[in-house]
Design a protein around this ligand. Sequence first.
Ligand SMILES: NC(=O)c1ccc[n+]([C@@H]2O[C@H](COP(=O)([O-])OP(=O)(O)OC[C@H]3O[C@@H](n4cnc5c(N)ncnc54)[C@H](OP(=O)(O)O)[C@@H]3O)[C@@H](O)[C@H]2O)c1
Length: 251
Amino acid sequence: MNTNTLSPSPLTGRTALVTGGSRGIGAAVALRLAREGADVALTYVNGKDAAEDVVRAVEALGRRAVALRADSADAEEAAGAVERAAQALGGIDVLVNNAGLGVLGPLESLSLADVDRLLAVNVRGVFLASRAAASRMTEGGRIITIGSCIAQRVPGAGGTLYAMSKSALIGLTKALARELGPRGITANIVHPGPIDTDMNPADGPFADGQAALTALGRFGTADEVASTVAHLVTAPYVTGAEFAVDGGHAA
Ligand SMILES: NC(=O)c1ccc[n+]([C@@H]2O[C@H](COP(=O)([O-])OP(=O)(O)OC[C@H]3O[C@@H](n4cnc5c(N)ncnc54)[C@H](OP(=O)(O)O)[C@@H]3O)[C@@H](O)[C@H]2O)c1
């Protein structure tokens, strides 16, 4: 065996869309996929500068990148982002449904507007983007959705709305796997545990309690989630599966 032969980056020539890629887990996923060779589109809503920073970081790796302002809460924008990404990059091989909101609180504190907005972003936007991507993907296509450890184990009160939304994504993922499997397209879901991001900072008021719920006793990093997402992009015989990247939160 010639050990001097460099293998090409596994995702060279592939194109990916990461929703909510301007910060946190989405930004880490965008960079990880680019490091493995993919050209990347990412969506954002408010974080234009942060999104452009991620674009520059991807370009510095020698890959193409584009930032698209697209609100997943808006039905047309959620599906339209897939079309815009495919046009900008020349196709779409990988969709990472990452954009999501966390709204927690006692049942009586959750307004109808909270319910509608959270379901629009966390569930309807994921369905619409997945459908748009599936219509464009060819064999080898990958749909990876970011769920939550809360969809596997609810460790306390206040998570009704968020847990409901993330649990819906498990059903969507399994059904997508069945529907798209005959075309050689896979669908999987990754459940992060407490991950240090703007949404859930490791020095936030509830951080110690969350860390204590994990077997490893600590928050995870966005990069630790991104490495599992990247693995799933290169895993042709894995579909309809759930992956906990949660430090043992579900153990
Ligand atoms: N952090 C955790 O502990 C944790 C645990 C389990 C699951 N998750 C899930 O992981 C995913 C990412 O979370 P994160 O912690 O990285 O969040 P984050 O730090 O709050 O980042 C959220 C990202 O999503 C974008 N975004 C927010 N609303 C959007 C919308 N309506 N349309 C399009 N993009 C939108 C934001 O863009 P702007 O910059 O424009 O605002 C940003 O890029 C979410 O689905 C979340 O539920 C997180």
